[in-house]
Design a protein around this ligand. Sequence first.
Ligand code: 1PZ
Length: 211
Amino acid sequence: MADSFSLQNVLDSFKSCLSDNKEVFIKYYISGWRELVSFMNSLGSVFSFISKDAVNKIQILENFLVGENGTHYLTVQSMVKYELDNELVDLTKRGIHPESGCRTLLRLHRALRWLQLFLESLRTSNEDSKTSVMCSEAYNASLAQHHPWIIRKAAGVAFCALPYRNTFFEVMNAGSHQEVITLLGEALPMISEVYQITEDLYAKNNLLDLP
Ligand code: 1PZ
């Protein structure tokens, strides 16, 4: 993990995510998330309940990756195959595998959809746009559908603490506003492709509703 956040690091991680045959490397997927978490931490402690959960999930995947069955966790594709073939996933209700790689990654995958929507709206925003509004619109169109009322409420409170667009662009640490917008334009297709490949894989294997 880098000492300080930069949007470029996020872009680099998601760029490195895809193998030549379009498999998603878990190593770079989680390093992208680590970058994002460090960014979120720099925004203040209101976000710590969100980053704690994200870090927890990143850590679960990391443990699989460095564990004795690590070679099966090289890519999302190999993980799905390995965990399904070996019945390591609770498919319909939580049971003996409450922290499978598949269900854990699904949570981050859903959050990646939020990120995609949020960054796209930042990219196309103007000076009067409010980050809190963009953030909650992206949230309502994605993650919120998977969260109970109490989490949605807490998320809504946190969004109100987001800095203004100008400050936000500065903490992204990628140069002038125009440069940030250009970089977002490069990052988004990468993120979208990683998202879509994972989405198709999960859909094909009926894994989109894992408990
Ligand atoms: C910069 C602004 C940050 C806004 C982040 C928007 C996402 C709000 C998410 C609120 C989630 C709060 C805490 C915990 C939720 C968990 O219950 C769920 C489901 O997991 P389960 O309970 O089934 O184990 N966790 C998630 O949905 C994963 C959330 C990961 C969020 C990562 C956000 C990273 C943001 C990067 C910011 C640039």
